[in-house]
Every structure is written in structure tokens, then in C-alpha cells.
Ligand binder design. Structure first.
Ligand code: SAM
Length: 425
């Protein structure tokens, strides 16, 4: 393997982009995915806090900005020793070997010294992890505090679940076959899977697999989608021939599900990101379904819905994504406390703009993949105060106005759903 292709070298460069340049992991990884590379990147970000704490104790001073790639390679080495249980000598020699690809030979001595220093003192160093909540639970302080305050009873469980790997979950296209039929197809294909209770379309795989190993994937028999996300189209409850708006639609997971849920729907899918809208088209092509796919700001309703009103609106709002950290551990590194107020204000504006586009007796479903009450229950409470014609609709397992699902609950992502009906008055 050439050094250029060494997954540890590439992981160090990707981590530098995420941790020090604010790029999302999926953008930084782009098409470079391999199982080892993904594991190194996801793992180093999942355990970013404890790794940073150990690193700070091992380095006498922080590395210069231009040398953060070396620092990230040390993170990769430590991750392999602590979490992947790579034998010590192999982890050190592989990490030092990966340095060649960074073209910084001067760092060889440093890398050896830091990793060997860790091995010498690992017992004491590992004990320090449990002494601080941020490193023990592997969460940044501000977010740990927010979650603790919001969920004093189960914050530990939320954090622990957020650090687990998420299962691969499928949505069965019920217009092609029943869930039981598809489970049988999976069994015949040797894929171990089970139903997710409470979500009629959802199946959980016991081990992830490439999508093209899934029977009928190419012809749209099945899609990859978390169980909680599948509740959005189910609760939207579309009836045949309705006009539906999927606001914030990209990459189109829920657009496809909406179109599968009833016949002859007139669906408009809007998103402000043109590049992400390409994914909506790809998804719909695979499923053989069609929608009006429009690049626009949701707030600019004239652009995509002039003189048009909808029976159903799904607002899958941009949010902190704090419910999906197990799938996107980079959120812990990228998200800032100040983002939350800005997101809440955008969500409120979106809700208000979309409400004007809903027909009387129509339903707007508000969804986020957040576990923060200010984006969820408090957001809906404030909305109901602003709109006297809005009536909350009961949904099963709702604890208040809406339903808050916690990460790992019934194998699902953290998610919030609230259903609003527009009264005729
Ligand atoms: C949670 S994601 C949507 C996921 C999608 N519903 C699905 O199921 O695949 C939120 C989306 O909101 C979009 N977005 C953010 N701000 C927007 C705005 N002002 N107008 C339209 N779309 C926006 C983002 O580009 C992103 O694709």
C-alpha cells in the first residue's frame, strides 16, 4: 500500500479538516470511504473529548496550527490503542509509518515519544478520563450541561446511547411488498434482521451491509432510513390525491416515504441546497416516483408556492441534530452553543411562513432530530401562542404536545414530532 493510500494518513488529514477547519465529516470523507478509514474517523470524533484530554497531558505544548495533521495522527494512534485494542507495538509502528504521507519527517521523534509515553503511563492516564464528566461521557461541556438540565432523569443514558454505533435500519416500500414478505427475502439472502416495533415500515439489520446486497434495493423495494425518521411520513397521514409540501426535503428520505404512503400525491419538495437536491432526484429515480423538486428558501413561499395551498406540510427543520450524534459524532465537535438560538429563531420563522400555506383542516407535521426542548416542545408551545387557529393533534406515545424520542429508544435515533391542524375559524 502506498503511503498516499494509508488510511491512517488520510484519517489524520480528514480529522484536521473536521476539528480545525469546521468541515462536516461526510463532506471531508466524500467518496474516500473504506471500513478502516471510516472507523478511524468516526471513532476519533466519537471519543474526541477523552482523546483530547489525554493528548493535552502528553504534549508539553500544543502543536502549531500548520502541524495539526500530526496532532490528528497522534489521535489516530491513541484511538487504535485505547478503543480498537490494536496491540501496542503494531499501533505505534503503523502510526509512525503513516507519518510518511504527511511529509513531516521531523515529527517522527515526537510521535514515538508521545505514543510510547502513553504506553508507559496508560493506567494513570486512563484513570483521569473518569475524573471529568466531559471526558467520561465524551461530550463537550456546553452540550453536556444542556442535556443534563433538560433531562435530569435520563441524561446519562442519553449520552451513553449517543456514543453507541447506530444500527442500519430499512424502510420497506409497502407498495412493493409487505414487511413480512421483505423480511423473508432478507432471510433468503442471508441477512439477519428484525421488525422495529411501533413503526410499521421499519426493519433493523443485526449487522450493516452494502445497500446493493439488499434484495430489490435497485428497484426501490427498500430504502435506508432510521426508524424514528420513518414516523414522519406515517404521522403526516396523507390520503390519495392530496397536495403535499415537503419543506426542507433534501436528501429526500422522507419525500420518497411520503410518495409511497398514498396514491397520486402532488408533492412539492423544497430545499435551499441545490447540491443536496441532486440526492432527492437520485432517491426518487431509484424509487420510480416523481415530485416537483425546487431549490428555494422555505421562507420565500412565493417562489415555490405562489397561489398554492397544501393539505399536508412536513417541516423537517434544520436543527442541532443532537438526536443523531451516534450517526454523526462530528456534531459534538462542530456544533456551538450559539448555534442553538439561531436555529430556534429560523425554525419559528419557517413554521410561521409555512402555516400561511396550509389549507383549513390541513396538517403540518413538525419534526427535528434534536433532543433539546427549545427546538421542540418549547418551539411548539410558542407557536400555539402565536397562532390561535392551530390545534395540536394527539400522537401515540407523546409526552406533552409532541413525542420526544431519545437516542437508542427502540433502536431509533433521537427525534421530535408534533402534529398541528389548522382549524377553520
Ligand atoms: C433535517 S434536513 C432534511 C432531511 C430530509 N427531510 C430527509 O428526510 O432526507 C434539513 C434540511 O433543511 C435544509 N435547509 C436549511 N435551511 C433552509 C432554508 N432556509 N430553506 C430551505 N431549506 C433549508 C438543509 O439544506 C437540509 O437539507
Amino acid at each position: 500500500m502506498s503511503n498516499q493510500a494509508n488510511p491512517r494518513t488520510i484519517a489524520a488529514k480528514i480529522l484536521q479538516k473536521v476539528i480545525y477547519k469546521g468541515e462536516s465529516l461526510s463532506t471531508a470523507l466524500a467518496d474516500k470511504e473504506s471500513p478502516l478509514l471510516s472507523d478511524l474517523c468516526y471513532g476519533c470524533l466519537r471519543w474526541h473529548e477523552p482523546l483530547s484530554s489525554i493528548l493535552n497531558q502528553l504534549l508539553s505544548k500544543p502543536l502549531k496550527n500548520k502541524d495539526k495533521d500530526v496532532e490528528c495522527l497522534i489521535r489516530v494512534g491513541l484511538y487504535q490503542i485505547i478503543y480498537q485494542k490494536t496491540p501496542d507495538h503494531a499501533a505505534v509502528s503503523e502510526t509512525v509509518g503513516a507519518l510518511k504521507g504527511l511529509k513531516k519527517p521531523w515529527a517522527k521523534k515526537l510521535l514515538n515519544a508521545v505514543l510510547r509515553g502513553f504506553l508507559r503511563e496508560q493506567k494513570t492516564l486512563l484513570e483521569t478520563i473518569d475524573k471529568q464528566e466531559t471526558s467520561k461521557y465524551a461530550f463537550p461541556e456546553w452540550l453536556l450541561d444542556e442535556i443534563k438540565q433538560a433531562w435530569p432523569e435520563n441524561w446519562k443514558n442519553i449520552l451513553e446511547q449517543s456514543n453507541q454505533r447506530a444500527p442500519m435500519t430499512l424502510r420497506v416500500n409497502l407498495t412493493h411488498q409487505s414487511r413480512t414478505d421483505y423480511l423473508q427475502k432478507l432471510e433468503r439472502a442471508g441477512v439477519d434482521a428484525s421488525k422495529i416495533k411501533g413503526v410499521d415500515t421499519a426493519i433493523k439489520l443485526n449487522k450493516p451491509c452494502p445497500v446493493y446486497d439488499l434484495p430489490g434495493f435497485k428497484k426501490g423495494d427498500v430504502s435506508v432510513q432510521d426508524g424514528a425518521a420513518q414516523l414522519a411520513a406515517i404521522l403526516l397521514d396523507c390520503k390519495d390525491n392530496m397536495r403535499v409540501l415537503d419543506a426542507c426535503a433534501a436528501p429526500g428520505g422522507k419525500t420518497g416515504h411520503i410518495l409511497e404512503s398514498a396514491k397520486n400525491l402532488d408533492v412539492t419538495a423544497v430545499d435551499s441546497s441545490e447540491s443536496r437536491l441532486n440526492r432527492v432526484n437520485e432517491n426518487l429515480n431509484r424509487l420510480g416516483l416523481t415530485a416537483k423538486v425546487i431549490a428555494a428558501d422555505v421562507l420565500d413561499t412565493e417562489k415555490y408556492a405562489a397561489n398554492r395551498f397544501f393539505d399536508r406540510i412536513l417541516l423537517d427543520a434544520p436543527c442541532s441534530a443532537t438526536g443523531v450524534i451516534r450517526r454523526h459524532p462530528d456534531i459534538k465537535v462542530l456544533r456551538r452553543k450559539s448555534d442553538i438560538a439561531a436555529l430556534c429563531s429560523l425554525q419559528a420563522k419557517m413554521l410561521d411562513a409555512l402555516w400561511g400555506k396550509l389549507k383549513p383542516n390541513g396538517i403540518l407535521l413538525y419534526a427535528t432530530c434534536s433532543i433539546l426542548p427549545e427546538e421542540n416542545e418549547q418551539q411548539i408551545k410558542a407557536f400555539l401562542k402565536r397562532h390561535s387557529d392551530a390545534v395540536i393533534q394527539g400522537i401515540s406515545d407523546a409526552q406533552g404536545l409532541g413525542r420526544q424520542i431519545f437516542p437508542g429508544e427502540n433502536s431509533m435515533d433521537g427525534f421530535y414530532l408534533a402534529k398541528l391542524m389548522k382549524s377553520e375559524k
